[in-house]
Design a protein around this ligand. Structure first.
Ligand code: HEC
Length: 88
């Protein structure tokens, strides 16, 4: 009986952890897709690879094209996401 309780708890915990991770990644990705597909397809970014400095300057340049569309915090999240997923 004890074993089952522990098993259920462990299972529930691991599900929570994996859901948390998936959500974190999903929201950065969702933010990127929502913000960066306004003027061109998101693939414009995902089809290239840049280092952290490259993404920082590109995202800030894109941010400047439409004042108010992307906030500082959102730009940071997007830069982090792109640097982690699409860097050389
Ligand atoms: C207000 C419109 C607009 C938004 C919003 C926008 N872009 Fe762009 N983007 C452009 C235009 C126009 C060009 C082509 C001219 C140029 O490169 O400046 C472009 C070009 C690009 C390029 C190719 C040129 C390069 O520097 O590599 C990339 C990559 C890119 N955008 C990524 C993004 C990302 C990432 C976002 C979200 C943070 C974004 N864009 C949001 C208008 C936009």
């Amino acid at each position: 009986m004890k074993k089952i309780v522990i098993l259920v708890l462990a299972l529930g915990f691991s599900m929570l952890v994996s859901m948390g991770f998936a959500q974190g990644e999903g929201s950065a990705m969702g933010l990127f897709e929502a913000k960066c597909s306004k003027c061109h397809q998101a693939e414009r970014a995902t089809s290239t690879k840049k280092d952290a400095a490259g993404w920082t300057s590109t995202v800030n340049r894109m941010k400047g094209k439409s004042p108010g569309h992307i906030s500082d915090v959102e730009a940071e999240t997007i830069i982090k996401y792109l640097t982690e997923s699409y860097s050389r």
